[in-house]
Structures are given as C-alpha cells and as structure tokens.
Design a protein around this ligand. Structure first.
Ligand code: ADP
Ligand code: MG
Length: 234
C-alpha cells in the first residue's frame, strides 16, 4: 500500500475537521479527494505529509509511519500545498536548484533540467518566479514537488484559479506523473476527477461519504451538489 489512513481524527479547538477517517491507496493509483470548502481535504493532506499531527489515528506512506518514521516518510512524498509557497524573488531555475539541494540530490543540474522539461518551464527558467502567470507558478510548485522523484505525490487543489488552457496542461502533467506513481489530488471540481483520476474519495464535514471508482459514480453526478444529493438518498 502507498497510503494507509486509519481512524484519523483531527480536532481544532472543539471543531472536528476529520472524524474517524480511514482509506487505503494502492501503488500506482491516481485518486481524487473531492469535497466542498471546509470538508477537511487540506487537513488530511497536511497529516499525510507530516506537516500536522492528527489528534488520533495512524497514517503510513510506503510502509513508513507518521509517528515514528517522519523523516524517511517525507523523502517518499512530494507535496504541493494549497498556498503553493514560493520565493518570488528567486529565479525559477535557482529555486529548483535550491530545492534539489534541500533533498541532497547528486546531479542537481541534470535533475533540474529533467523537471523543467517535464513541467514545460524551459522558456521561463531564467525568469523571476514573481513574474510568472498563475499557471506557471503552479508548474514551479509541481516541479519542486516531483524533483526528488517521490513515490507518492500529494497535490492540494493544483488547478484552482487556472484558465482553461492552463487547466488542461496541468491535468495532463498530473496524468503523466500518475502513470508510474501514486497521486492523491484534492479538488472541488467533479469534472477534474473524471478527467484525471481512477478513483474518488469524497469527504464532507470531515466524514468520508464515498470511496469508489469513477465508472461506479452515480450517473447524474455532473456536479458535486448532485452527487451529494444522490449519495445521501441511498
Ligand atoms: P478543505 O481543504 O476541504 O477546504 P480544511 O482541511 O482546510 O478543508 O478545513 C477543514 C475544517 O477545519 C474547516 O472548517 C476549517 O475552518 C477548519 N480548520 C482548518 N485549519 C484550521 C486551523 N489551523 N485552526 C482552526 N480550524 C481550522
Ligand atoms: Mg483546502
């Protein structure tokens, strides 16, 4: 198993952001994590990537446990957070070289070349990050997430705020990466899941309400609202 989440609860103050959540993701799956704003998607992703401890429960990634093996676990995981924090004053290539250094990669130049090519940043690599469009900033965010060739890629709303062309390009990029690796991506767009994922886990108010393959989704599930309606009628 690439990701195992077992009975995870996260309480902020008195609020349950996650309520006894469990799921497993196999190696090579591309899974959509779908839910409305405030459902608990980002919280779950921060827990899987060891940025936040759960209140209770267990998570492992590639057999490594968040409580005992967090340093090793982080090496297996690439993460694009919701905020996509980037150093706007750095040049694209300089930033990626810096991240490669953080991961102690050996052939920094070659690895940076590889991700620049994969993410289509060839023409932007000598620009300052702050000067890039939102779509290209997202590409830099994805490039830093995959530079160490992680087994598991966690992308928190990677296409939010992109224009339709950029959207297609980023989705293709995710699909490409998902051919050999495990990907979990969050979104509140139903069509995104259909375009990119094999499987969907749906969360609402911190509870998993569905976990199914795309072909088994209710027929009238064009929108998230319709889907929730269908699911709660059963
Ligand atoms: P999503 O990513 O699905 O929009 P989040 O995981 O960001 O959802 O948030 C889940 C719930 O937890 C929301 O109600 C949110 O307001 C709350 N929450 C998230 N982070 C914090 C925090 N640091 N402190 C208090 N409440 C938080
Ligand atoms: Mg979020």
């Amino acid at each position: 198993m690439s990701i195992v989440v077992k009975n995870v609860t996260k309480i902020y103050g008195k609020q349950y952001a996650l309520n006894n959540v469990s799921f497993e993701i196999k190696k090579g799956e591309v899974v959509g994590f779908l839910g409305p704003n405030g459902a608990g998607k980002s919280t779950m992703m921060k827990i899987i990537t060891c940025f936040l401890p759960p209140t209770s429960g267990d998570v492992s990634v590639c057999g490594l446990d968040i409580w005992n093996d967090s340093l090793e676990l982080r090496k297996k995981v690439g993460y694009l957070s919701e905020a996509n924090p980037l150093y706007y004053d750095m040049y694209v290539r300089e930033f990626l070289e810096f991240i490669a250094g953080v991961h102690h990669l050996k052939n920094v130049g070659a690895e940076v070349d590889r991700v620049i090519k994969m993410t289509g940043l060839e023409l932007e690599q000598h620009k300052k990050i702050g000067a890039l469009s939102r779509g290209y900033k997202q590409r830099v965010g994805i490039a830093q997430a995959i530079i160490h060739n992680p087994e598991v890629l966690i992308l928190d709303e990677p296409t939010t705020g992109l224009d339709p062309n950029q959207l297609v390009e980023i989705r293709n990029l995710i699909k490409q990466y998902g051919k050999n690796k495990t990907v979990l991506l969050s979104t509140h767009i139903m069509q995104e899941v259909e375009a990119v994922c094999d499987r969907v886990i749906i969360i609402n108010h911190g509870n998993i309400v569905a976990d199914t393959t795309i072909d088994k989704l209710p027929r009238d599930s064009a929108s998230l609202e319709n889907l929730f309606h269908e699911l709660t009628q059963k």
